[in-house]
Design a protein around this ligand. Structure first.
Ligand SMILES: *[C@@H]1O[C@H](CO)[C@@H](O)[C@H](O)[C@H]1NC(C)=O
Ligand SMILES: *[C@@H]1O[C@H](CO)[C@@H](O)[C@H](O)[C@H]1NC(C)=O
Length: 202
């Protein structure tokens, strides 16, 4: 494309006022963003927020009962800890609702009423799970039988708690603490084989 030298040189000679204004506005916005970043960073260092989380800290399985008709009964203890590592803010937990299942068959629902965890503290919930008689189909009964033979059984724990957490003066944050884990046991003595089960992303 042929250029027009007179037109372009005429444009370069005087920078339009709006361009100056735009440049100044851009500079101010850039400075504001940088300052906001520094303030947030210092705030983060001072407040040192730690995201509250839930985790399974301990569990135990009582002897399983599987009768010849394929009726299973399970009794287990599961300890769920709600942890708040913040030194300056408490955390409110609500809508705690977890489901314990075996091979996709729900065994029990673990719920808790709303509660608060104070600064730098935790609360343990000890759930005594006692299943009603669960009728298993032949395939499920076979699976449980195999688990008993191998002395290794897996229960699934799934669910969440809603958390509200005040981060200094920056306001409050709401989010879900989500658990989705496999709890492994030796059925012969009920020992829990510890594995990672936490909503903490770290
Ligand atoms: C827990 O969640 C299940 C579905 O995941 C729902 O059916 C049940 O009503 C909930 N229980 C409570 C107490 O919110
Ligand atoms: C439970 O049984 C398993 C395997 O049979 C064994 O490794 C573990 O040490 C036992 N735990 C206790 C506390 O007896």
């Amino acid at each position: 494309m042929p250029s027009n030298p007179r037109f372009s040189s005429g444009r370069e000679r005087r920078t339009p006022l709006w361009l100056w204004c735009a440049a100044i506005v851009c500079t101010i916005i850039t400075l504001a963003v940088i300052i906001a970043g520094i303030v947030t960073y210092i705030g983060y260092i001072v407040i040192h927020p730690r995201v509250p989380y839930v985790s399974v800290t301990h569990a135990h399985l009582n002897p399983l009962r599987l009768d010849y008709a394929g009726i299973l009964q399970i009794q287990a203890t599961i300890q769920i800890r709600a942890q708040n590592g913040n030194e300056k803010a408490h955390a409110s937990f609500s809508d705690s609702n977890y489901t314990l299942s075996l091979n996709g068959e729900d065994i029990a629902r673990l719920v808790a009423s709303p509660f608060e965890v104070s600064k730098n503290s935790w609360i343990d919930f000890n759930y005594l799970v006692e299943s009603s008689a669960i009728p298993l189909d032949p395939e499920q009964a076979e699976n449980v039988d195999m688990a008993l033979k191998h002395d290794y059984i897996t229960l699934d724990l799934k669910g969440s708690s809603r958390v509200r957490w005040r981060v200094g003066r920056l306001g409050s944050v709401r989010f879900l603490c989500h658990l989705d884990c496999h709890l492994h046991f030796h059925p012969s003595n009920g020992t829990y084989i510890p594995s990672r089960c936490t909503s903490n992303a770290k």
